[in-house]
Write a protein that binds this ligand. Structure first.
Ligand SMILES: [Fe+2]
Ligand SMILES: [Fe+2]
Length: 169
C-alpha cells in the first residue's frame, strides 16, 4: 500500500515479536508434553492454554505486518530441553518478563514512528503477557510454599480421574 508513513521500523519490530511468540509456542508446547508425561494435569493444561494464547498473538502480529505491506518472516521456534518443573516455571517466567519489557519498548518505538495502531497492538499484548508472567509467578510460589506435595496432589488427581473412569489412561 502507498502511504505517507514509513512503516519499515514497525514491520521489523512486529517480526521480532512474531519470533518471540513462536519461541514461546514451541517452548510451552514442549513443557505441556512433559508435564502431561509426568501426570501433572494442572501444569500441563496451563502450558497448553498459554501456548494457544501465544499462537493467537502470532496471528494478530502477522495480520498487522501484512496490513502494512510487509512479509511475515516466521523465524523462531527454538526450544530448551528442560524437563524439571521448577526450571520450566522459572524459564517461562523469564520469557514473559523479557517479552513484557520488549513490547513496552516496541510500543514506544512504533509511537515514535507515527504508527499508533501498532503501538496499541503492543500495548494490548503487554497486558496479556503480564497475566502470563503472573500465572507462572503464582505457580513458582505454590511450589515454594507446598513443595513436593503440590506436585503429588496433581498426580493423585490424575489417578483418581482414571480410577473413576473420567479420563482414559
Ligand atoms: Fe504472546
Ligand atoms: Fe506470554
Amino acid at each position: 500500500m502507498k502511504t505517507s508513513n514509513d512503516y519499515s521500523k514497525s514491520i521489523e519490530l512486529l517480526n521480532k515479536a512474531v519470533n518471540e511468540e513462536l519461541d514461546a509456542v514451541h517452548q510451552y508446547l514442549y513443557f505441556h508434553f512433559h508435564c502431561d508425561d509426568q501426570n501433572l494435569d494442572l501444569l500441563s493444561s496451563l502450558f497448553r492454554r498459554t501456548a494457544i494464547s501465544e499462537m493467537r498473538h502470532v496471528e494478530q502480529l502477522a495480520e498487522r505486518i501484512l496490513f502494512l505491506g510487509g512479509e511475515v518472516e516466521m523465524k523462531g521456534g527454538k526450544i530448551e530441553h528442560i524437563n524439571e518443573v521448577e526450571a520450566m516455571l522459572k524459564m517461562s517466567y523469564q520469557m514473559e518478563d523479557t517479552t513484557v519489557l520488549h513490547y513496552n519498548q516496541w510500543a514506544i518505538e512504533c509511537g515514535n514512528a507515527a504508527d499508533s495502531a501498532s503501538k496499541k497492538l503492543f500495548e494490548a499484548l503487554v497486558i496479556e503477557e503480564e497475566e502470563h508472567r503472573d500465572q507462572y509467578d503464582n505457580e513458582i510460589n505454590n511450589l515454594d510454599t507446598y513443595g513436593k506435595s503440590y506436585l503429588s496432589q496433581q498426580v493423585m488427581e490424575r489417578s483418581k480421574a482414571i480410577a473413576s473412569g473420567k479420563v482414559e489412561e
